[in-house]
Design a protein around this ligand. Structure first.
Ligand code: HEC
Ligand code: HEC
Length: 148
C-alpha cells in the first residue's frame, strides 16, 4: 500500500466510525417520520393582536414583530415594511427605524440603502407569541437587557 492508499483507508475508517457512532436517538424538531410517509402537519399558531414589543432575550436578537404582517408584500419592486420602518418614513409612521447594521453588506461596506442581505425582513423578524421553548433549556438573558 502506498501513502495515498493508506490515507484513503484511514479516511474511510474515520467516516465509518463517525457514521456508526451517530446517536440513533437524535430526533428532529419536526418529529420522526420515514421518508415515504407524510410528516405530521405543524399546528399553525394564531396571530396575537397588536401589542407592545416583547423584551429581547439576547442583544443580537432580531426584535420580534409586535403587529400583524398579514398581506405585507416584500418583492423586488416593493417592500411594505420599509414604508414604515425606513429612515425616510419612520417619523411619520411612529415605527422604529431600521438600525445601521441593515445598511452593511457582507464585506461590511456601508451602503446608502438597505443591504440586499437585510432586504427580506421576515427572514429574521418573526411575529411574536409567548410559546414554550422547542428545547428545554436554562438560558437567561444578561441582566442588562432583562425587563424589571
Ligand atoms: C403601517 C406601518 C408599519 C408597517 C407596514 C410595518 N410596521 Fe413594523 N412596526 C410599526 C410600528 C408603529 C411599530 C411599533 C413600534 C413600537 O411599538 O415601539 C412596529 C414595530 C416593529 C418591530 C419591533 C421593533 C422594536 O422596536 O423592537 C419589528 C421587528 C417590526 N415592526 C417589523 C416589521 C416587519 C418585518 C414588517 C414587514 C413585514 C413591518 N414591521 C411592517 C409599523 C409598521
Ligand atoms: C439577516 C437578518 C435580518 C434581516 C433580513 C432584517 N433584520 Fe432587522 N434586525 C436584525 C437584527 C439582528 C437586529 C438587532 C440588532 C441590530 O440592530 O442589528 C435587527 C433590528 C431591527 C429593528 C430594531 C432597530 C433598533 O434600533 O432597535 C428594526 C425596526 C428592524 N430590524 C426592522 C427590519 C426591517 C424593516 C427589515 C427589512 C427591510 C429587516 N429588519 C431585515 C436582523 C435582520
Amino acid at each position: 500500500m502506498n501513502r495515498s492508499e493508506i490515507c484513503a483507508l484511514a479516511a474511510a475508517m474515520l467516516l465509518l466510525v463517525t457514521v456508526s457512532s451517530a446517536d440513533d436517538n437524535v430526533q428532529s424538531l419536526r418529529g420522526d417520520s420515514s421518508l415515504d410517509a407524510d410528516a405530521q402537519t405543524p399546528i399553525i399558531k394564531r396571530w396575537e393582536p397588536d401589542q407592545d414589543v416583547m423584551a429581547r432575550d439576547f442583544v443580537q436578537q432580531p426584535p420580534l414583530v409586535p403587529h400583524s404582517i398579514d398581506g405585507y408584500k416584500i418583492d423586488k419592486n416593493s417592500n411594505k415594511c420599509l414604508t414604515c420602518h425606513s429612515w425616510a418614513n419612520y417619523r411619520e409612521s411612529g415605527a422604529t427605524k431600521i438600525s445601521q447594521t441593515h445598511f452593511s453588506d457582507r464585506d461590511e461596506t456601508v451602503l446608502d440603502n438597505v443591504a440586499p442581505r437585510r432586504y427580506f425582513c421576515t427572514q429574521c423578524h418573526v411575529p411574536q407569541k409567548d410559546t414554550k421553548p422547542l428545547v428545554e433549556n436554562s438560558f437567561e438573558p444578561v441582566k442588562a437587557i432583562q425587563e424589571r
